[in-house]
Design a protein around this ligand. Sequence first.
Ligand code: SF4
Length: 299
Amino acid sequence: MSVPTYTPKLDEATEKMQTRLCRLVGQAIADYRLIEEGDKVMVCLSGGKDSYGLLDILLVLQQRAPIRFDLIAVNLDQRQPGFPAEMLPQYLSSRGIPFHIEARDTYSIVKRLIPEGETTCSLCSRLRRGHLYRIATELGATKIALGHHRDDIVETLFLNLLYSGKLKAIPPKLRSKDGRHIVIRPLALVKEADLARYAELRGFPIIPCDLCGSQEDLKRKKVKAFLQQWERESPGCSDSIAAALSNVAPSLLMDSRLFDFASLTSTVTDQSEGDIWLDHEPAPREPIEAAPQPLEFLR
Ligand code: SF4
């Protein structure tokens, strides 16, 4: 396996942020077993701050981890007007990162099929996903890494709560519908603000995300504003919401597929479960900041 040489000379602020991101990404990798020995990880690089950050941190971890895995950056050039096609190859070549760039004109398909003024993201993402899955197969990638971060996950949770009547978000690890691909989200514990700061500190050559001219999803925009307002009024509530996603009590919800309410009967012996959640809070999970470092990745 080829590991690109990567010897960054970082100033103190950048190094501090990089260490923080490495810890959180390492934690997610260890908690959800996102990357394993011998994996070939295809890192989807859009040119936005999140995917640059993802690639950068995985490169650092690749050098530090005691396991061996390959990374390949992949960009799908969707032929959006004004897309600076030379920017990513230049950046990736200059850093010696293996990459694959493929041009597919999904932009024209989306423009043709979606009426003017309507949000195009849903079809655009579906088309992109199809191509990325195909490319992963062609490259022999065992994992597909996407740059969704903690705030994307929390926003999606609220979008589903408020508009779809579903209690679901975006998982850190997912098997594709056809079962052939494993999609991973190593930034699942990382805040968007930290990625923005890191992108600034590292000076990534960002490609603007509005080249397609799509209207931003208004519902998502509203949810984002609502969560930001809430965070201003009650600092730390975003951390609490994110923590809740890995602290679920199915017996205190109402989904009979997750908890067998029908078979619930009284009993004469003490039960370790029952309504204990109502009387005693379960031991809180260790906050990410204080959690021990995931040794597998950060030794
Ligand atoms: S913002 Fe544009 S490029 Fe991004 S998913 Fe939406 S339509 Fe596609």
